[in-house]
Design a protein around this ligand. Structure first.
Ligand code: 0RA
Length: 637
C-alpha cells in the first residue's frame, strides 16, 4: 500500500486471524468487559481515524454519544476502501470490519505509524457490538453496510452521492458482553483531549446527546504538546514562563518533548509512543531521564552552582516540580510490561538521550535565568530530601515507623496472611466505632482517621511524614513510604477507603487517594486500594427492607413494589446513621458488598483531579468539589 498517493487497493489487505475468538475471550482483545473495555471500543475506532490524520488525510473527527447508548465516530479521511479483496471476494470495508487484523496497515509499508492500542482493529469493535453501521464516502458515492454481532446483515450498498470523503461508524455495544454499556463523558473527554494534544491541529469534537440540552466540546490545539504541558500546569505556578520544546527526526523515528518546571513538588512526566500513553515507561523515558540528569548536572558545574566537593544532583531532585510530555513515533513499536504499556525498542533509549542532551544543553546555555532557577530548585530538593532522610532515620530509631509498634487506634485482625486480610480506612471515630463492631475481626482491620488527614500535595515529604494521621496509616499498612516503600511488607492486600457519601467524605477520600498516589503508588498499581460503596437509601416495607446504592436503583426498587404498598425511604447522609448490622450487610460483608477498585489507568485524569483538589489555588478546588461532590469519578474505578 502506498499511503503517500492514495493508490490503495483491496488486495493489499493482509489477513491474520478469524473473529470468532473475540466474542469468546473479549478480555484478550480489549483488556476487560468492564467500563475500561467498553471505552476501549471508542478509542479503537477513533485511533483508526487518527491514523488517517497521521497519514495526512484527515483533519476532523467527531464522536457522538447518542441517547440510545450508541456511539458514532465520524472522520473526514479517505474512507475505508470499498473495492474487492480477491482472497475474500468481498469489499475491503467488509473485510476490515469482519476479519481480525485486516486493518490494511500491518504490512510494514503503508501508514508510517499506527496508533490503535494493539492494532486490534475495528473488527473487534464490530464483534463486540450488537449492531454496527458503517458509512463510507469515497469515489463520489456514499456506501453503507450493517452488522449484528460482527456478521453482515446484508451486502455493502450504494445509498447516495457525495463529493466528500470519510468514514462514519456507529456501534451499539453488546450488553451480552459488557458489564455496563454506559459511556462516561469525563472518561471520553479526557482521552480525546489527550489525543488532540498529541496530534497538533487535529480537531476532535465530543457530543453527548443523552442530556436534554446536548453537551458539546471541541478539542483542537495549535501548540500540540506545548499546550498539553500548559494545560497540566494550569493550576500550578511555573518556574519559567515558556515551556521548553524541541523535536527531532531520525532513522529511528520522531521525537517531541515539551517541559516546564513548577514551584511545586510533584513530578508529572507523561511518555507516549505512537500516541499511546506508555504508563509503564520504557526506553524513551529512560533516555529522557538519563539525559536530563546528566545535562543539568553538567550545566550546574559549568555555571559554578555545584562545587567540586558537592555530590551530583539526583534525578528525582532534578525532576521535582517538573511537568513534561515526551512523544515518540516509530515504525515498529514493541510494547511490553504487565499492561503492554512499556516501550521496549532499545534504539529509542540512545535516540532520545542524544537528542534531549543536545537540545537541553542548548536551551540552558541560551536561557541563563530559567537555567539558574531550575538548578537552584533541584539543589533545594536535594537538601530537603537529605533532611527528610535524617528525620526518617530518627523516627525509625524512635520506633515510630516500625511495624512492630502499631498505632493505638488500629483495631487489627487476627489472621496474619496479608493476601487474606483487609483494612478499612474509616472517616471519623464514630463510624470507626460502628465498623469495629460490625467487622469480622478474623480478617478485617479498622483504622479510624480523624478529620482531614494532612494535605500531602501541598506539603513536602518532611511535613507529611510528621503528621500523626499519616504515621498511623503508614505503620498500619507496614510498607514504609516513598524511597523506603516495600510492597512485600504490606500487611493487608486490600485497603478499603470508607467515607460518607457527602462533600466532606469525597474530600477525605481524595486526600487519602492523594497520599497513596504520591507515596505508595504501587499499592494502587497492584490493585490493593478500594473504595467502599455504602448505600444511599433504605426502602422499608413493614418488616422488610432493601438498600439502594444510587438513584436509579431506588427507582427500580420502588417500581417493583406491588400497587398500594406502603413504604418509607431513609436517606443515609453518613456512615454514622447505620447501625453495625446494617453497615456489615450493606458495605462490609464480602458476600454482599460492592467495592470499587482504584486503578491508575489514567494518569492525566488523576493528576488533574489531585491538582484541582489539592493545589495551591483555591478556585479550581471549589469548582472541583462542586462538580464532583456526589461521585468522585476521576479515577477509572
Ligand atoms: C484501510 C485502508 C485505508 C484506510 C482505512 C482502512 C481506514 C479505516 C478507518 C476506520 C475509521 N476511519 C477510517 N479511515 C480509513 C487506506 C485508504 C486508501 O489508501 O485510500
Amino acid at each position: 500500500m502506498a499511503a503517500g498517493n492514495g493508490s490503495y487497493s483491496g488486495k493489499d489487505i493482509q489477513v491474520l486471524e478469524g473473529l470468532e475468538a473475540v466474542r469468546k475471550r473479549p478480555g484478550m482483545y480489549i483488556g476487560s468487559t468492564g467500563p475500561k473495555g467498553l471505552h476501549h471500543l471508542v478509542y479503537e475506532v477513533v485511533d483508526n481515524s487518527v491514523d488517517e490524520a497521521l497519514a495526512g488525510f484527515c483533519t476532523a473527527i467527531e464522536v457522538v454519544i447518542h441517547a440510545d447508548g450508541s456511539v458514532t465516530v465520524v472522520d473526514n479521511g479517505r474512507g475505508i476502501p470499498v473495492d474487492n479483496v480477491p482472497k475474500y471476494r468481498k469489499p475491503a470495508v467488509e473485510v476490515v470490519l469482519t476479519v481480525l487484523h485486516a486493518g490494511g496497515k500491518f504490512g510494514g509499508e503503508g501508514y508510517k505509524v499506527s496508533g490503535g492500542l494493539h492494532g486490534v482493529g475495528v473488527s473487534v469493535v464490530n464483534a463486540l457490538s450488537k449492531r454496527l453501521e458503517v458509512e463510507v464516502k469515497r469515489d463520489g458515492k456514499i456506501w453503507r453496510q450493517s452488522f449484528e454481532r460482527g456478521k453482515p446483515t446484508g451486502p455493502l450498498q450504494v445509498v447516495g452521492k457525495s463529493k466528500a470523503t470519510g468514514t462514519t461508524i456507529t456501534f451499539w455495544p453488546d450488553p451480552e458482553v459488557f458489564e455496563t454499556t454506559e459511556f462516561s463523558w469525563d472518561t471520553l473527554a479526557t482521552r480525546l483531549r489527550e489525543t488532540a494534544f498529541l496530534n497538533k491541529n487535529l480537531k476532535i469534537v465530543l457530543v453527548d446527546e443523552r442530556e436534554l440540552e446536548p453537551r458539546r466540546e471541541e478539542f483542537r490545539y495549535a501548540g500540540g504538546i506545548v499546550d498539553f504541558v500548559r494545560y497540566l500546569n494550569e493550576k500550578r505556578e511555573p518556574l519559567h514562563a515558556k515551556p521548553i520544546f524541541f523535536e527531532t527526526e531520525g532513522p529511528e523515528g520522531a521525537l517531541e518533548v515539551a517541559m516546564q518546571w513548577t514551584t511545586g513538588y510533584t513530578e508529572t512526566v507523561l511518555a507516549f509512543a505512537n500516541n499511546i500513553n506508555t504508563h509503564e515507561g520504557g526506553t524513551h523515558l529512560e533516555g529522557f531521564k538519563n539525559a536530563l540528569t546528566r545535562t543539568i548536572n553538567d550545566y550546574a558545574r559549568k555555571a559554578g552552582l555545584l562545587k567540586e566537593k558537592d555530590e551530583n544532583l539526583a534525578g528525582e531532585d532534578i525532576r521535582e516540580g517538573l511537568t513534561a510530555v515526551i512523544s515518540v513515533k516509530l515504525r515498529e513499536p514493541q510494547f511490553e510490561g504487565q499492561t503492554k504499556t512499556k516501550l521496549g525498542n532499545t534504539e529509542m533509549r540512545s535516540f532520545v538521550q542524544t537528542a534531549v542532551t543536545q537540545a537541553l544543553a542548548d536551551y540552558l546555555e541560551e536561557h541563563p535565568k530559567p537555567a539558574r532557577l531550575i538548578v537552584t530548585k533541584a539543589m533545594q530538593a536535594a537538601k530537603a530530601r537529605a533532611a527528610a532522610r535524617k528525620a526518617r532515620e530518627l523516627t525509625r530509631r524512635k520506633g515510630l515507623l516500625e511495624s512492630t509498634t502499631l498505632p493505638g487506634k488500629l483495631a487489627d485482625c487476627s489472621i496474619r496472611e496479608a493476601e487474606l486480610t483487609e483494612i478499612f480506612l474509616v472517616e471519623g471515630d464514630s463510624a470507626g466505632g460502628s465498623a469495629k463492631q460490625a467487622r469480622d475481626r478474623s480478617f478485617q482491620a479498622i483504622l479510624p482517621l480523624r478529620g482531614k488527614i494532612l494535605n500531602v500535595e501541598k506539603a513536602n515529604i518532611n511535613r507529611a511524614l510528621s503528621s500523626e494521621e499519616i504515621q498511623a496509616l503508614i505503620t498500619a499498612l507496614g510498607t514504609g513510604v516513598a524511597d523506603d516503600f516495600d510492597i512485600e511488607q504490606a500487611r493487608y492486600h486490600k485497603a478499603i477507603i470508607m467515607t460518607d457519601a457527602d462533600v466532606d467524605g469525597s474530600h477525605i477520600r481524595c486526600l487519602i487517594l492523594t497520599f497513596f498516589y504520591r507515596y505508595m503508588r504501587e499499592m494502587i498499581e497492584r490493585g490493593y486500594v478500594y473504595i467502599a460503596q455504602p448505600p444511599l437509601y433504605k426502602v422499608s416495607t413493614g418488616k422488610k427492607h432493601e438498600y439502594a446504592y444510587n438513584d436509579k436503583q431506588l427507582q427500580e426498587i420502588l417500581a417493583r413494589l406491588p400497587e398500594g404498598t406502603k413504604y418509607t425511604i431513609q436517606r443515609y447522609k453518613g456512615l454514622g446513621e447505620m447501625n453495625p448490622e446494617q453497615l456489615w450487610e450493606t458495605t462490609m460483608d464480602p458476600e454482599r458488598r460492592t467495592l470499587l477498585r482504584v486503578t491508575l489507568d489514567d494518569a492525566l485524569a488523576a493528576e488533574e483531579a489531585f491538582t484541582d483538589l489539592m493545589g495551591e489555588q483555591v478556585e479550581p478546588r471549589k469548582e472541583f468539589i462542586q462538580r464532583h461532590a456526589k461521585n468522585v469519578r476521576f479515577l477509572d474505578v
